[in-house]
Design a protein around this ligand. Structure first.
Ligand code: NAD
Length: 290
């Protein structure tokens, strides 16, 4: 397939590389001007999109996605697929899909989970919103970039799935960290705490697979000085998107709201930026109730 790839950063770079390695003809554009090996460099998004069967975007946020869509949609051939893999607000995803449809194109929102490691290894999970036929025509690309693509319904539903999942993730990480900090103060050994919780009703992915306590449970960023992994500021971004969506549809999400506040504080005034999101544990460790 002829693919235009726009946004070749930490995630987009390796995803584009994997597509090129698999034999697709990939033309890429990033505002930094940097293009990975094996990708033909374009001088603009529109140039990368011209004549492509699919245009993939992997961009920082919804405002940038909308600006890029304004530029590339008029350059795309009718019937081509605009496939956005960025994590953006549901509203932007739906607006871009409508704009694409009005121009005779098909659009998919397909945010990912799996991080930079998953992008490099081609093992991402995609949560896909949009039509079945656009998904089946691009299935081959998903199979190269990832291990799984779940169809979540119409446009915007991929983003909805992503932010609901990550709202649970943020709140659960905080719950696991505050429980470890309480256990410390109660004189309960962390290994004993892990052994009980990981096999009891308090178990979760954050406890069992990504334990925030160093030296306990499987290897995780806690064992590596809390280097990300999944950085606290990216967690904050997704939590804010969840609250923006909750506001838009009048959903009551008190745990998500509190998790957003705590990660906001951690990232913006407690040196949490650049640390893994599980570094909430050393944050709680140092604090009392006041
Ligand atoms: P990044 O900042 O490394 O990459 C974004 C790229 O977009 C940058 O290279 C930037 O120069 C480029 N860009 C910005 N504006 C542009 C424009 N107008 N035209 C062309 N290129 C432009 O970010 P990333 O870590 O690759 O994340 C990309 C998306 O994936 C984000 O939405 C993020 O939330 C999501 N995501 C990231 C991770 C992760 O672990 N990094 C995991 C899941 C989802």
């Amino acid at each position: 397939m002829k693919i235009g790839f726009i946004g070749l950063g930490n995630m987009g770079g390796p995803m584009a590389r994997n597509l090129a390695k698999a034999g697709h003809q990939v033309t890429g554009f990033d505002v930094t001007g940097e293009v990975p090996e094996g990708i033909t460099a374009a001088t603009s998004g529109a140039e990368a999109a011209t004549g492509a069967d699919a245009v993939i975007t992997m961009l920082p946020n919804g405002a940038i996605l909308r600006a890029v869509a304004d530029e590339v949609i008029p350059a795309m051939a009718p019937g081509a697929v605009l496939l956005d893999c960025s994590t953006v607000d549901v509203e932007s995803a739906r607006a871009v899909a409508d704009q694409a449809a009005a121009a005779g194109l098909r659009a998919l929102d397909a945010p990912v989970s799996g991080g930079i490691g998953g992008a490099e290894a081609g093992t991402l999970t995609f949560m896909v919103g949009g039509s079945e036929d656009a998904l089946s025509d691009t299935r081959d690309l998903f199979d190269i970039m990832g291990q799984k693509a779940v169809h979540c319904g119409p446009s915007g539903n991929g983003q909805a799935a992503k932010i609901c999942n990550n709202m649970i993730l943020g709140a659960t990480m905080i719950a696991s960290c505050e429980a470890f900090a309480l256990a410390d103060k109660l004189g309960l050994d962390r290994q004993a705490m892990f052994d009980v919780v990981s096999t009891s009703s308090g178990y979760s992915w954050t406890m069992n697979a990504y334990c925030p306590a160093p030296g306990v449970g499987p290897q995780s960023p806690a064992d590596n000085g809390y280097q990300p992994g999944f950085a606290a500021e990216l967690m904050l971004k997704d939590l804010r998107l969840s609250q923006q969506a909750a506001e838009a549809v009048d959903a009551d999400t008190p745990m998500g709201a509190r998790a957003t506040e705590l990660y906001g504080q951690f990232v913006e005034s407690e040196d949490g930026e650049g640390r893994d999101f599980s570094a909430m544990l050393p944050r709680f460790e140092k604090r009392g109730r006041g």
